[in-house]
Every structure is written in structure tokens, then in C-alpha cells.
Design a protein around this ligand. Structure first.
Ligand SMILES: [Fe+2]
Ligand SMILES: [Fe+2]
Length: 262
């Protein structure tokens, strides 16, 4: 199971409420989630990570918001269940790839960030992907890539590059789930964006009135999380662990009301 960007307290609350049951019901072996927006919409902190590990998430990926809360720097060098994009500077703390034991097999998770419309210093995601995937394949055929990127073109291109090497290329960052999931004959499952776990009536999880104010008036209004029901987006991925071949990719789109709890 892979969950899209978890946004703020509403996103975390939805995970706490829904995940344990879903995990049981579907016999999920491994839960990966993008956590870059878990702390008030911007960044992540060690206590919030712990809360979500306890709720059943096994591995966190991240993206452009990974350093928004400085506390994360304390654990990034040592927390092996937390990834930052592999194509950040090699000197940046943390790791972009991890290999995890899942019952009788292993799964490698690789986190990458795009360069189209994301003005951050990062190395070529295609070259770094090729390098990291080769490393992962030395250990396991089961390789899952979170490509944290804006442009569908960049995401589809990476999917194409890796379609005969990895089990899945799953997009994050836009917070909007796309309906273009597919399984390549060669090996990989692909979706441009898995979406988010966060406020549904919002602009990417944020209060739409405030965002609109920014767009229409250019005023420096602060951004805040939206309220109301929460959308729970992600995917279920089924693969053959002996070959790493993706067998099925199923989108998750569930609305949940958290009334009285926020
Ligand atoms: Fe995000
Ligand atoms: Fe992002």
C-alpha cells in the first residue's frame, strides 16, 4: 500500500482511523507513505512520525517540503524508515533508498524528486534513478519508486525508463490523484500521482479562500489547512515477489468525515 502526501492533522487523523482496519482487511505486507506535509501542511517532525509508525506506516518518503521543520534534521541521518529524494546533494543528511524486510522477501523503496517546476537544486532524477535501481536490484527484484514531481511528462518519462526494471513508479507531490494507472507488460506499475490524504474541499489541502486571495490579490496572506471531510488517497500494489512483476495497481479514493475530532 502506498499513501499520497499526508497533509496536517486532518490527514494524520484519517490515517489513524482508517489504516489499521484496511491493513488487516487487505492483508497488507508493507505500507509506504509520503509524509512531507504531515506537520501543519509543511514538513515533518519526529513525534508525528512516531505516531504514524505506530498507526501502521512502515516507510516514509518525502519531497520538496522535507526540511520545512528543522527538527527532522535530528533523525534524518539515522532513521532508516525515512527517505529523502535520492537526487538531493549527496552531502544532504539521510538516504534516498532503503531496503526493507517484508516476510520472506525484501522491498527496496527509492525516493526521487523532479526538476520541472520544482526550483530546488537536485541532480538528474533519470541518472540517479538508473544508478539507485541497479543497486537495489542487486538485493531484490521488488523495487518501488516514489517520484515526487509536478509534471506528468517528467513522471511518464521516468516510468518509461524504468518499466522493465522496477515494480512500480508512483507519483506524488501534486496532491491530485490521476486516473492513468497502468501495468507495463515488461514489469512496472505506474500512476502519475497517487493523490493525498488531506482536506478534500481545499487547494492541495490548504484553505481555498486563502489560496484564492493570494492568486487574485497577490497579498502575502498566510496559508492554513482547510477543514471538513478528508480524502484518503493511495494505491494498493500487488506484485509477484519472486520476479518483482507488478500484477495489479488499484487506486484508493475514500472520503471520511472527522466531525468533532478536529
Ligand atoms: Fe506534498
Ligand atoms: Fe511536494
Amino acid at each position: 500500500m502506498f499513501l499520497g502526501d499526508i497533509v496536517g492533522q486532518p490527514g494524520r487523523e484519517a490515517v489513524l482511523r482508517l489504516l489499521p482496519e484496511m491493513k488487516k482487511e487487505k492483508s497488507i505486507d508493507l505500507v509506504i507513505a509520503n509524509g512531507e506535509n504531515m506537520a501543519g501542511g509543511f514538513g515533518m517532525t519526529p513525534p508525528l512520525l512516531e505516531e504514524l509508525f505506530a498507526a501502521g506506516i512502515d516507510v516514509f518518503t518525502s519531497g520538496n517540503h522535507v526540511w520545512d521543520k528543522k527538527e527532522i534534521l535530528e533523525i534524518m541521518p539515522t532513521e532508516t524508515r525515512l527517505l529523502r529524494p535520492a537526487n538531493f546533494a549527496p552531502e544532504a543528511p539521510g538516504r534516498g533508498m532503503g531496503i526493507y524486510d517484508v516476510g520472506e522477501y525484501q522491498v527496496a523503496v527509492i525516493n526521487l524528486i523532479g526538476r520541472v517546476f520544482i526550483p530546488l537544486p537536485s541532480d538528474c532524477p533519470f541518472q540517479v534513478a538508473s544508478r539507485e535501481v541497479e543497486k537495489a536490484l542487486q538485493v531484490t527484484p521488488n523495487v518501488i519508486v516514489d517520484f515526487h514531481a509536478e509534471a506528468t511528462s517528467e513522471k511518464l518519462a521516468l516510468g518509461w525508463l524504468l518499466k522493465d526494471k522496477v515494480s512500480a513508479v508512483l507519483g506524488t507531490h501534486t496532491h491530485v490523484q490521476t486516473a492513468d494507472e497502468k501495468i507495463y507488460d515488461e514489469k512496472a506499475a505506474y500512476i502519475s500521482d497517487v493523490g493525498m490524504v488531506g482536506p478534500y474541499h481545499s487547494v492541495l489541502g490548504l484553505d481555498p479562500e486563502r489560496v484564492l486571495n493570494r492568486f487574485m490579490r497577490g497579498l502575502p496572506v498566510g496559508l492554513e489547512l482547510a477543514s471538513g471531510e478528508v480524502v484518503f488517497n493511495g494505491v494498493y500494489l500487488t506484485l509477484d515477489p519472486r520476479s518483482g512483476k507488478a500484477l495489479e495497481l488499484q487506486r484508493i479514493f475514500q472520503l471520511i468525515s472527522l466531525e468533532g475530532r478536529i
